[in-house]
Structures are given as C-alpha cells and as structure tokens.
Design a protein around this ligand. Structure first.
Ligand code: PMP
Length: 358
C-alpha cells in the first residue's frame, strides 16, 4: 500500500503464477509447460532472424505480425484477418475482457476455472458471476442458458483448467448459437491434448472468439505468443485495444519462432502424442495409489487422495524438489493439479507419492 497508488491498484487481486524454482533440475509439474523442446525449426528460425550480427534487432518488429498470422491462418484453414496475435494468450485474454466482455451485464464463467479471469474482470471493472461446475467438475451448458441468468458474455477454457475436462464441440456450438447478443470466448490453451477446436465455428458465428497459445503444445512458454480467432469485427476490436496499449507486443524472435513452430505440424503431432500417452500412464499410476483423477483432455491431471491432505502432499513433494500446483480455493483445496512431464519425471513423482501415501 502506498498513498501514491490509484484506487484500482488498491482494489486489485493479482494473479499468482506457479513457482519457477531456481534449482538445477527440479521435477517441475506445476505450470503446465511442455516437457519437450520446441521444433528444431524454431531454433533455426531464431538463428536466422539474428544473423551473424543481430543487425535486425535495431529495427522494430512487424507491428501486425503479418508472416506469423499468415502461417497460423494457413495452418487452421482460415483467413489472416480472422487472426489476432498477442504477447502470450494472457495478453490476448486481457484485451478480450476490455474490448469484448466489458458491457452493462455481468459476464459468466465457471466457479472452478482459470484464476486469471476474475483478475482481469477486476482490472477492467467487468461485472461477473460464477456458475458452479457440476459435482463431476464438468460444465453444463444449460446452466449458462437459463433465461433468468443475465449474460453479458461467457468465457471458459476448453478443456477447462484446472480440471482438464473437455466439452464436445456440439455443446460449445449450442452455447454460442443461443447467445447471439454477446461474445463467447473459448480459451483453448490445452486443445491440442484432446479436445475439438471451436475454430471450425468462427465462420458461422460472429460472436465466437477462440483463444490459443504456443505455450503448451508448441513448447514456447518462454516466447510469449498467443492468438485469438474470430470474425474480423472481433479481431478489429482487439487490434484497437492493442494499438492503444502497445504497438509491438511481439518481438522479432518471438514472431520468427512462432512462425516456424506453426510450419512444423509434424513436431506438434509427435510431441502431443507423447504427452497424451504419458498422461494416460500417470493417470493409471495415480489411480493405483488410491487417487481420484478427473478424466483429462489436457497436459495435466487434477487428482485428489481421499486420505491425505493435498497441501500436505504438495509440501512433502516440494521437499524432494518435485513441484505440483495446489489451489487454496473452495471445492478444490483437496486437489492437486499435476502437469504431465516426461515418463521419467512422472515416475519420480509416482515413487515419491508412494512413500507419502503408504
Ligand atoms: N489460458 C489458460 C486456461 C491457461 O491455463 C494459461 C496458462 N497459465 C493461459 C491461458 C495463458 O497462457 P499463455 O499466456 O502462456 O499463452
């Protein structure tokens, strides 16, 4: 607190990201990063962008990331004017709150979801109401469509975080089709690990915005590149906010790296398949130790042990330099969110958990 702070800063409740421990070799399963390196083409593209002398860094990057947007549009079979690019999908989401979700009526999102949403809502003074997940931790679209539920927009991840549960595309379409007067934002940060993308719907629904990131399936969390896909009018709104905020959100290396990542669809397929196989293997091992595990379509699992306190388990793992995520929040404070690492990392985790729950 300081007398120099604005009112809004006094009221903010900042998001707290997962710990980035300063250890040589932590088993880091707490922030849903990819355990594999990005495509070798990414490294090549960064080297090419730098050249011998780094000469290109003298110049500002392309403010509209034309080449990157073209590559991403081609990958998804859409037009470049349907693509917005930002500095990580967090920035894209923030712009969406300000540009598309801030209206008179409250927006809706699940009670258990990405905890950055309420933070953005407070930052941009967007009214919101939370809709409880079902007892199985699933989203019931009907809960968002009740005539007496005011709706200035809806946002949730698919698959949801931190639960990992995915809704089928038909359910997303039912929601979007029934909400023509407001924007539905589907945050598909984890879509490549097992859900159907709603990008297939953007030509038909001008109120649908789909958000993607290169941080998870493309192993580029350190580069900060995210996207929104939707009707050009929605993309225009995001660009108006962007150009009132930061003309150059993506540096040259990030643009080169992300373009190369999108040009290597094979790498994405191979590494995602490995993560999915490890997820199923880890799920089986956790079930064998007595954990209850929410079926996951993401690169993490959400698990609870009926006989052991989740915070205590996380603390004991931490002593062994194994990091998982615990949320001290209603309904989920007995769960742990465990990112999928390599099989070797998952094995280290399972061995440690064996000793803890024995
Ligand atoms: N959406 C969800 C649901 C997430 O879990 C995350 C990762 N914390 C993000 C968006 C943001 O990802 P990034 O800013 O790295 O693109």
């Amino acid at each position: 607190m300081s007398r120099y702070w604005s009112d809004i800063v006094n009221r903010l409740v900042p998001y707290v990201p997962g710990e980035q421990p300063a250890l040589a070799k932590p088993v880091k399963l707490n922030t849903n990063e990819n355990p594999y390196a990005p495509s070798p083409r990414v490294l090549e593209a960064i080297r090419h962008e730098l050249g011998e002398t780094g000469e290109s860094l003298r110049r500002y990057p392309d403010p509209v990331a034309k080449r990157l947007r073209a590559a991403v549009a081609a990958h998804h079979g859409i037009r470049a004017e349907q693509v917005f690019v930002g500095n990580g999908s967090d920035e894209v989401l923030a712009h969406a709150f300000q540009a598309l979700l801030k209206h008179d009526k409250s927006i809706l999102f699940p009670d258990i979801t990405y905890s950055f949403y309420p933070t953005y809502a407070r930052l941009y003074e967007v009214e919101y109401r939370t809709v409880p997940l079902t007892s199985e931790f699933t989203i019931n679209v009907d809960d968002y469509l009740q005539p007496n539920v005011s709706n200035g927009g809806v946002i949730f991840p698919n698959p949801n975080a931190p639960t990992g549960h995915a809704l089928p595309l038909a359910e997303i379409e039912r929601l979007v089709a029934a909400s023509p007067d407001s924007v539905v934002v589907i945050d598909e940060a984890y879509v490549d690990f097992g859900a159907e993308s709603a990008i297939a719907l953007i030509d038909r629904y001008p109120n649908l915005l789909v958000v993607h990131t290169t941080s998870k399936s493309r192993s580029l969390a350190g580069m900060r590149v995210g996207f929104a896909f939707g009707h050009p009018d929605l993309i225009d709104a995001l660009n108006r906010v962007k150009d009132s905020f930061n003309s150059y959100p993506l540096d040259r290396l990030a643009q080169a790296a992300a373009t190369a990542a999108y040009e290597d669809a094979e790498w994405l397929k191979t590494t995602s398949a490995r993560v999915i196989a490890s997820r199923e293997r880890l799920t089986a091992a956790l079930l064998a130790l007595g954990f209850e595990v929410v079926p996951s379509a993401a690169n993490f699992v959400f698990a609870k042990h009926p006989a052991h306190d989740a915070a205590a388990i996380a603390a004991k793992l931490r002593e062994k330099e194994i990091f998982v995520r615990h949320f001290n929040a209603p309904r989920v404070n007995q769960h742990l969110r465990i990112s999928i690492g390599t099989d070797a990392e998952c094995d280290t985790l399972v061995e440690a958990l064996k000793a803890i729950v024995a």
